[in-house]
Design a protein around this ligand. Structure first.
Ligand code: HEC
Length: 245
């Protein structure tokens, strides 16, 4: 009799244990049930990067064609993105970023009284001065062009806005900065115009281009002709004076 009872106890304990295990499984299943994500897979938003990459592969803007007709008012409006950190007036104070008066053609990381990042001082080996192309690349994507720069500005991807902005920068303290001749291959008339050797006339030395005081009036800034500063060619043609007979 007592043997039966013991048997029942053992069986009961075994059943109870099995029951507890089953319940525990059910409960943990409910707690840890994997939820399917609403969107499967790892979503990577690439279109903008891809577009930027494509843009990079393109030729730089044809400055000789674009600067003379650039919209300086639109450029000044675009500069609104910069004023939080930069002044542009001559002798203007440094802010979060250096004063940008005359920055077109200015030596990189050279403005007095501003503590540039090592990234920017190191960039001098790539671009000794801020050429139009260098500014274009920097403003498009500062951190991509000068990795580690402390200029925390995402970049201005709109090429037209950038061209106007750079033309405006040039008008503020660097109006004498020589613009290359228009690329004949990119004129509406195309290749035929490219045959004219006169097309190279407007290419003035980029650095230290002598700019007389009279050559720099603000009115000349958006002059229609980038070749204005090149009347040197005719002078050269007349110079070989015949020796005395
Ligand atoms: C959030 C602040 C900020 C904004 C906005 C900003 N900059 Fe800057 N910029 C800086 C800083 C800081 C530096 C110095 C970078 C360094 O030392 O790495 C700098 C450097 C520069 C330089 C190099 C100057 C030199 O002397 O070598 C140029 C050119 C420049 N900025 C142009 C612009 C333009 C154009 C815009 C507007 C489209 C702009 N920045 C917007 C903070 C800013």
């Amino acid at each position: 009799m007592s043997g039966d009872l013991n048997f029942n106890k053992i069986m009961g304990a075994g059943l109870a244990t099995a029951f507890v295990i089953l319940i525990a499984q059910q409960v943990s299943g409910a707690i840890y049930a994997p939820k399917a994500p609403e969107k499967m897979g790892y979503f990577v938003d690439v279109p903008e990067e891809a577009a930027a990459g494509a843009e990079e592969a393109e030729l730089p803007p044809d400055w000789g064609t674009l600067i003379p007709v650039a919209d300086l008012a639109a450029g000044e409006a675009a500069f609104a993105r910069c004023v939080a950190c930069h002044t542009i007036n001559a002798g203007g104070a440094n802010g979060i970023g250096p004063n940008l008066n005359g920055v077109v053609g200015r030596a990189v990381a050279s403005h007095g009284g501003f503590a540039y990042s090592e990234a920017m001082t190191g960039h001098v080996s790539v671009d000794p001065t801020w050429s139009l192309d260098a500014l274009d690349k920097f403003i498009t994507a500062p951190a991509r062009y000068v990795a580690g720069t402390k200029m925390s500005f995402a970049g201005l991807r709109d090429t037209e806005a950038r061209v106007n902005l750079i033309a405006y920068l040039r008008s503020q303290g660097s109006p004498g900065f020589a613009v290359p001749a228009p690329d004949p291959a990119r004129q509406p008339g195309g290749a035929a115009a490219g045959a004219a050797p006169a097309a190279t006339e407007g290419v003035a030395p980029v650095e230290g281009a002598p700019v007389g005081p009279e050559a720099a009036p603000a009115t000349g800034v958006a002059g229609q002709s980038p070749t204005q500063a090149a009347p040197a060619a005719p002078a050269a043609a007349t110079s070989p004076a015949p020796p005395n007979a």
